[in-house]
Ligand binder design. Structure first.
Ligand SMILES: Cc1ncc(C[n+]2csc(CCOP(=O)(O)OP(=O)(O)O)c2C)c(N)n1
Length: 625
């Protein structure tokens, strides 16, 4: 790692020759693999983008020239090269560095990312701002073929193509998203990269480059590549060209010499340009190249064997409960279909997909479209289960209001990864869903306490009493409650469950975080002889007002608990209830405070936010009067 260790600053990369750059790429790969084996992260995308990162820092004058990494999960080489080599060992850890670019982390992180498809819009903003200030800066957006399926990316292209800003978009096409990339754009890119002409040219050009000879000839050929492709495959270039971009490529994005050469040329060309590069996800590590979906974020592993070493649990994840239950329901009702915006394996909709592929629609990284599309399916008589990670569903807020709720269309929106998610940090916590959805009319909003309740709520939502419904549950393992093959049991909307009888102090929880309340309640009983009344509210909307009245009659201290922002969710709903009835209660809200929470293990973050079992217990036994 001699070369990598000597790089303290990206300006040193500018002085390296091709052989040294190649060595640097190899050392970076070795380092990323070694670090991620012990401290897991998004290894596949980052291995594939090593040459892109090195070439950018070699050719451009970062940080004055700016690079925006779409999603940002592929930016590990960039982080390591920009003063965070040691810090990378603490990647995604509590008080360590973020797994995504962050403006507050480094001047080289020109724009914070985490959610997909933002890079072109953000980079365009930076480029136009630079123009306004008379600065001659280069701005580069690096976007994957998966991220390009997001509508926001098209909005950015559309806008950029009509302005004259100096923007370079590097399209990092590895032909996979997390799962198989799909959609018309994917088909189009595939057509471009598999065009015989491209393959022939690529081979003849880069073979010569490898030999280090005939450089002038090579330069001429590369120069002609675009022209010849334009002529021969007018259609091939029409998409980006017709959007006002100058299109270049496709070239091999894992070939450092080709990349630095191309970027060097493009640096001199003004206006909006798009360079299409083809890379291999997981490049340089055989197991990651072989199973690119698993190695998107594989957990810990043994470097030598590629064996994944993460703990296996007998307990099912909520995701498996969702996926299996959806299949069980779909077998009974052929109106049921599944919709996922590019997270089929993440949310386990692939369980249904394996058995009934025609009933699952992976719509690409397109959350807004996923919800409006589901509304259309519902209007057409189907019963759509649309599954979106809570934080990504923020994109679909208007679709939920305008297309689902307003028209009273029965879409069952399953929000996965509700609450604090852990190591992915601030961009990925599902903090706002409950609070954001509560004001929307015509919605039923619920959150299961455990696996069995998730299964039964999914079933109940298909029944006639339910209209458009949100079922929100966390990332990861449940409590081990039996659920598999359980006969479905109907849960009426707006019904809470009393989990513990008590007086004086009441805790009202919603969702799986309620199991921590149960732990604290049990401890208060055992250690303090205190019997705390515990209601699992289950529904944020409609609220079980009888349960609330009971709690406020029998307890003067009421504590709400939710794995979501305190503002606007259950705490607010109970406060409104108490205020409207003029009840004599003292209310405390446990939940995510009014700030963004960084990365860490869920246990560390619950403790930080004051709602791990220990903090809840302390709150219960506190003398408040
Ligand atoms: C709005 C949003 N939806 C979903 C995701 C989850 N996600 C992270 S990376 C990724 C795939 C991106 O594919 P691509 O852009 O091709 O990059 P690659 O990982 O293949 O390098 C997805 C779906 C996200 N980060 N943001």
């Amino acid at each position: 790692m001699a070369l990598l260790e000597s790089i303290q600053d990206p300006s040193q990369i500018r002085a390296l020759d091709n052989a040294q750059l190649e060595q640097l790429c190899a050392e970076l790969r070795e380092y990323i693999i070694a670090c991620c084996a012990e401290n897991p992260g998004h290894i596949g995308a980052s291995l594939g983008a090593v040459e892109i990162a090195v070439a950018i820092h070699h050719v451009f004058h970062t940080p004055e020239d700016k690079v925006v990494w779409d999603v940002g999960h592929q930016a590990y080489a960039h982080k390591i090269l920009t003063g965070r080599r040691e810090a990378f060992k603490q990647n995604r850890k509590y008080h360590g560095i973020s797994g995504f670019p962050r403006r507050e982390e480094s001047p080289y992180d020109a724009f914070g990312t985490g959610h997909s498809s933002t890079s072109i819009s953000a980079a365009l903003g930076l480029a136009v701002a630079a123009q306004f200030e008379g600065k001659h800066e280069h701005v580069i957006a690096v976007i994957g073929d998966g991220a390009l399926s997001g509508g926001l990316a098209f909005e950015g292209l559309n806008n950029a193509g009509s302005l004259n800003a100096d923007l370079l978009v590097i399209l990092n096409d590895n032909q996979i998203s997390i799962d198989k990339n799909i959609g018309a754009m994917h088909n189009y890119l595939l057509k471009v990269t598999t065009a015989r002409r491209y393959n022939k040219l690529k081979k003849s050009i880069w073979d010569r480059l490898g030999a280090g000879r005939l450089r002038e000839w090579l330069q001429k050929q590369v120069k002609n590549t675009k022209r010849s492709l334009t002529r021969a495959d007018g259609e091939t270039l029409s998409l980006f060209d017709s959007l006002g971009f100058r299109y270049f490529g496709p070239i091999d994005g894992n070939d450092i010499a080709a990349m630095t050469y191309m970027l060097g040329r493009l640096k001199e060309i003004p206006g909006p340009k798009l360079l299409h590069v083809v890379t291999t996800k997981g490049k340089g590590y055989a197991p990651a190249e072989e199973d690119q979906t698993v190695w998107h974020a594989p957990g810990t592993f043994d470097v030598e064997t590629g064996r994944r070493t993460g703990k296996k649990s007998e307990i099912a994840k909520f995701q498996e409960v969702f996926g299996t239950t959806l299949l069980d329901l779909a077998r009974k009702d052929n109106r049921i279909v599944g919709i996922t915006p590019a997270m089929a394996s993440g949310c386990s909709m692939n369980i249904l997909q394996k058995e009934m592929s025609e009933r699952v629609f992976d719509v690409g990284i397109a959350e807004q479209h996923a919800v409006t599309y589901s509304a259309g399916l519902a209007a057409g008589g189907l019963l759509p289960f649309c599954n979106i990670y809570s934080s990504f569903s923020q994109r679909a807020y208007d679709s939920l209001i305008h297309d689902v709720a307003l028209q009273q269309l029965k879409v069952i929106l399953c929000l996965d990864r509700g609450g604090l998610v852990g190591e992915d940090g601030a961009t990925h916590h599902g903090a706002f869903d409950l609070a954001a959805c509560r004001p929307i009319p015509n919605l039923t909003i619920c959150a299961p306490y455990d696996e069995a309740e998730l299964r039964n709520l999914m079933y109940s939502a298909t029944q006639p009493d339910y209209g458009a419904t949100i079922i929100r549950y966390p990332r990861g393992y449940g409590e081990g409650t039996p659920w598999r093959d359980l006969p479905f049991s109907y849960i009426a909307p707006g019904t809470a469950v009393k989990r513990h009888e008590g007086n004086g102090v009441a805790i009202l929880s919603i969702g799986a975080i309620g199991t921590k309340a149960a732990e604290a309640v049990e401890r208060a009983s055992r250690e303090n002889g205190m019997e705390v009344l515990h209601y699992d509210m289950r529904f944020l909307k409609p609220l079980d007002t009888a349960a609330l009245e009971d709690a406020c009659t029998r307890a003067r201290r009421i504590i709400t608990l939710e794995d979501g922002t305190r503002i606007g969710g259950l705490y607010s709903a109970v406060a409104e209830f108490i205020a409207a009835r003029g009840l004599d209660c003292v209310l405390t809200g446990l939940g995510i405070p009014d700030r963004f929470i960084e990365q860490g293990t869920p246990a560390e973050l619950y403790a930080e936010c004051g709602y791990d079992a220990e903090s809840i217990y302390r709150e219960l036994v506190k003398e408040k009067f």
